[in-house]
Ligand binder design. Sequence first.
Ligand SMILES: *Cc1c(COP(=O)(O)O)cnc(C)c1O
Length: 462
Amino acid sequence: MKTPPRRTIPAVETVLQALGAQPMPRPMIVRAVRAELSSIRLSRSAVTLEEVLVRVRAKLRTLSASKLQPVINGTGVLLHTNLGRAPASALSVEAIRAVASGYCNLELDLETGERGARAAYVETALCFLCQAEACTVVNNCAAALLLILGHFTRGSRKEVIVSRGELVQIGGGFRIPEILEASGARLREVGTTNRTSLADYERAVGPGSALILRVHRSNFAMHGFVESASTKDLAQLARRKRLPFVEDLGSGAVAPTERMGIREHEPTPGESLRNGVDLVCFSGDKLFGGPQAGIIAGREKFVTRLKREPLFRAIRCGKLVLATLQATAESWLKTGGPNAETGTLLLALANEPVQALRERGEALMRALAYGSLEVRLDESQAQVGGGSMPDSSLPSVAIALKSSRFGLADLAKRLRVGQPPVIGYVSGGRLKLDLRTILSKQDEELAMAIRAAVSDSNPPGR
Ligand SMILES: *Cc1c(COP(=O)(O)O)cnc(C)c1O
């Protein structure tokens, strides 16, 4: 019989001491060390302390990389779901700080001293922006849709009429048919993928119909042999059949998208409501440029009823979200445009002139003239992203990196695991960092991060 190798497993305390000071809270480190030691014990292999340290350090690196932290977005995608969608303006951040750092009148009417309505101010501001009778806000657009569908299919009428061309998937795990199912509604598909006429909707209306739903195809476009009923016609049909008409706008452009320097036009909540839609919902953190939230706008009687739903209580927004949503709504009302001081940061980024990006890029190139690194400025195309306007791009400039020492994937990783993490994309044999999504105040940090990534003393994932 073979004897197992002699186990020389160091004590937890020995490993902790050898690790030295770590930025992570001690209990998390202890847990990682214990887990690693017990897996070594199970494998019955002999290890040196040094080997244990290598394994524990790798584990801690993975753990700390999962910590929510600021990153530099060099992808050129303005609304990147993986990177937190819309960044907040200085005004919004200040609003959060002010409300978060003490108590606030979340549900207190300061005039009467009685209990007040949460979100009354932001709802009023949103009414102006959406040109709606009433508005309210919940956790995100998916929750808004769940609330609306659940409400209208509560009774015996369960069917939600939707075009087959609008049974879309948005990002990871948000699929219209699944949301419908989760709400208890029954899907009544009409038309075909590329063509759905008014008559298709009309034929589908029956005694089981609860509402007509239109879903904005925010993350893809269809061209060619396509047809869809106009919002106006659908609204008339809904009126005639006494059905509520709901539109999920998703991307939520409260002002014409042309103001973002984008040609493609997104329907605004105001347009949809004017065309006869009863309720619209959209995301707070897409083109609106605010925090994660779902904004519902439309007929007062419907909004009032939605707010009485038990589910509403479960998906309402907290004070931090309301504070920044309020600041974002005020920004739109005060400026409506790309004013860097008072507007949304998203709009400011979208509107930065290409010449300004180029000048920043040239300054960065000078700062990066560095050993093994070859740096070039390329023209690029930034994207709106976040499931918005798939056909539109914004002219931009990217710094294009190539290293004689590191391959592209290696270089990309070195930047990703650096401090701050920098996220780029590989194209045309270069690692590119698009300046439209990099805040100008990050330029200096970016130069340092790039220098650190290509320097010897910084192996990937320190
Ligand atoms: C993005 C999107 C959603 C999901 O919005 P969240 O705020 O992420 O929940 C729903 N519908 C449409 C059409 C969208 O574009």
